[in-house]
Write a protein that binds this ligand. Structure first.
Ligand code: IPM
Ligand code: MN
Length: 356
């Protein structure tokens, strides 16, 4: 296949982890006979520095013209500590999601046999955990209008808005995914308080009639926050709105032992985008210590979700498992054993793929 991949490394550790994913993707291309091309664009704080715009049109054009987008991370402490900044790196990410129509963010949580002991939870709770969040990504309180301050600047407001259509297209993806898994879907909302959540619940109830083979549970977001820690194996597919999904997927990502491990896919009607769940981790930027596996596993999701190439995707997951089992890991999971650098892990994976 001819595969054109847009690279948006972004800020912080983004460029370092994307470099490792590219090594792995190239190794896959060689192994399976695909011809690959890459084009790189700016997004986030680095794009503001270079152009004044966190998601310049040139970057958007690169994404639209590609078969898939691999994205690193955005964010810079100089903006986090300045709530008055007019242009923020995060605006680039939100605009990118909106302009690319990426309304569904698929965030899986699974465990690695060689790492379960690293989880903050007890072994019997985590061993075999396997669930996936479908987080709505282009609606809700992240985008609702009006938002801002009153004239005096003494009151601030954000608006949570959802249309039935937005809920249906996200929920449908969840139902379809549940069909291919354990056939359990949990609708996460706050229907006891919020009107938007009541519309979610009502809409999902209607849609459920089309999926009689899928068991549907409705749970309040606060209860899910608790049960995710208490008994994460209870879940299979979870669907939820943008803000709840943002919060719960960070919580979920540490269950597997390190935030540096969990990948994600953003899907919609156009090009698909793949990114690690962890952020820009500015403390580690440029030090060659960050864990590249979440980005490399995002590349594995790309082969599966964007190109329909399952064998290529599995080859990446397999080699990642081998690196974990053989202790070829970065310091966040090295645990007193030898810690390897970001680029050493990337090189090892690419070489192992060539010989596997
Ligand atoms: C995420 C991030 C973003 C979000 C930020 C950086 C805007 O936390 O992808 O989860 O809140 O969606
Ligand atoms: Mn987040």
């Amino acid at each position: 296949m001819q595969l054109k991949i847009a690279l948006l490394p972004g800020d912080g550790i983004g460029p370092e982890v994307i470099d490792q994913a590219v090594k792995v993707v190239k190794a896959i291309g060689k192994k399976f006979g695909h011809s690959l091309s890459f084009e790189t664009g700016l997004v986030g704080a680095c794009a503001i520095d270079a152009t004044g715009d966190p998601y310049p049109d040139t970057s958007h054009d690169i994404c639209v013209g590609a078969d898939a987008v691999l994205f690193g991370a955005i964010g810079d402490p100089k903006y986090d500590n300045d709530p008055k900044a007019k242009v923020r790196p995060e605006q680039g990410l939100l605009r990118m999601r909106q302009k690319l129509g990426l309304f569904a963010n698929v965030r899986p949580t699974f465990t690695f046999p060689s790492l379960v002991h690293k989880s903050p939870l007890k072994l019997d709770r985590v061993d075999g955990v396997d669930f996936v969040f479908f987080r709505e990504l282009t609606g809700g309180i992240y985008f609702g209008e009006p938002r801002g301050r009153n004239e005096q600047g003494t009151k601030a407001f954000d608006t949570n808005v959802y249309s039935k259509e937005e809920i249906v297209r996200l929920a449908r993806m969840g139902f379809e995914a549940a069909r291919g898994r354990r056939k359990l879907l949990t609708c996460v909302d706050k229907a006891n308080v919020m009107a938007t959540s009541r519309l979610w619940r009502e809409t999902v109830q209607e849609l459920a009639l089309e999926y009689p083979d899928v068991k549907v549970e409705y749970e309040f977001v606060d209860a899910v926050a608790m049960r995710l820690i208490q008994w994460p194996k209870a879940y299979d597919v979870l669907i939820t709105e943008n803000l709840f999904g943002d919060i719960l997927t960070d919580e979920a990502s540490v269950i597997s032992g390190s935030m540096g491990l969990m990948p994600s896919a953003s899907l919609g009607s156009k090009v698909k985008l793949f990114e690690p769940i962890h952020g820009s981790y500015p403390q580690a930027a440029g030090k060659n210590i960050a864990n590249p596996l979440a980005t490399i596993l995002s590349a594995a999701m790309m082969f599966d979700y964007a190109f329909g190439l399952k064998a290529e995707s599995n080859a990446i997951s397999d080699v990642v498992n081998q690196s974990l089992a053989e202790g070829m890991v970065t310091e966040d999971i090295a645990e007193g054993g030898k810690a390897y650098t970001t680029s050493e892990v990337g090189d090892w994976l690419a070489e192992r793929l060539a010989t596997n």
